[in-house]
Design a protein around this ligand. Sequence first.
Ligand code: NAD
Length: 366
Amino acid sequence: MTADIIEAKKLKDLSPVFGNLSFNDHEQIVFCNDKKTGLKAIIGIHNTTLGPALGGTRMWNYKNEAEALQDVLRLSRGMTYKSAITGLNLGGGKAVIIGDAKTQKNDALMRRFGQFVDSLSGKYITAEDVGMETRDMDIIREVTPHVTGISESKGGAGNPSPITAYGVYMGMKAAAKYKFGTENLEDKTILVQGIGHVGETLVDLATKEGAKVIINDINAEQLERVSKKYGVTIYSDLDIYGLDVDIYAPCALGATINDNTIDRLKAKVIAGAANNQLQDEIKHGRILREKGIAYAPDFLINAGGIINVYAELVGYDKSEIKSKTENIYNTTLEIFKLADKEEITTYQAAFNIAQARIDAKNKELS
Ligand code: NAD
């Protein structure tokens, strides 16, 4: 190891938060610890220039705390740009709870987490993410008003996943229009990786349009059920990335486009729901562009859910939610055109627009 690498490692070991590569000028990181319920959570508030930091809570069985911290830093940053490009008056935040959602989640844990959210007085507003359900948000609502995605029967906008899937579908159609000259997905082969809340609805929408859908998931029961319900093919081989498909839709976890997978990709379009699909946004975004793979930026096309939960705060009705989500089609097409014009990646094109909105607000405030 060279002296500078040793120095960088030392610094990272000594500063696991501020020295973390994913720490990107975050405003506040809150570590939530409660012995009684066993709660270990981290709330990441990346930026509140445009409004309160809204973003879901993920409950996941992280290998270690460093992995959880890394995830919350990346996810909360992504939320800042997602809300900014979608034109919402929201900042970026996200929370992670360390633990197995199937075996370690209970009402006391949810309430305790809600109290921590409440202690931030609305600077952070939570919602669902992987491992969380609408019912969990209803429990959190018992102890804090700073939660969205609660049941319609309790005055909320309900589960955001179907509208997220609809937005992804719009982004996918725009990417198809750009790449194949038609937005029609009929006879297109689409690999949906992760058939959970969002992935399953995407399978539904794509099959209704006549696409040939292939599904992949680590949950065998879910695969069987979805395969039977929609008549779609299961692919459980580990090397799903080398599959010869038209469209790859990552709808599980992030960073699936990385140094190990990118050279194997045969898909011509990438459009999915997962947050932070590119492990390294600059490098992997550039390689996709060089390979001619049309990448619909995740934080742009998976914004249906945030539009849906934002509705709870500002009082949009269902038709406004739908039309704002449908507009993802137009914005995605514009991003492809802008990226070509400026010879930059689609990630960068979308990022630049989001950052410009934040910069303008900062200027107005100063
Ligand atoms: P979910 O937990 O309901 O579904 C995720 C699915 O992915 C599960 O079926 C799980 O078994 C599967 N999975 C996990 N690891 C996998 C792997 N290595 N390979 C294959 N499958 C795997 O989550 P969701 O709500 O459907 O969200 C999916 C993704 O979309 C997440 O990255 C989430 O952050 C993102 N997202 C969701 C929403 C929303 O409204 N739910 C909004 C924006 C972004």
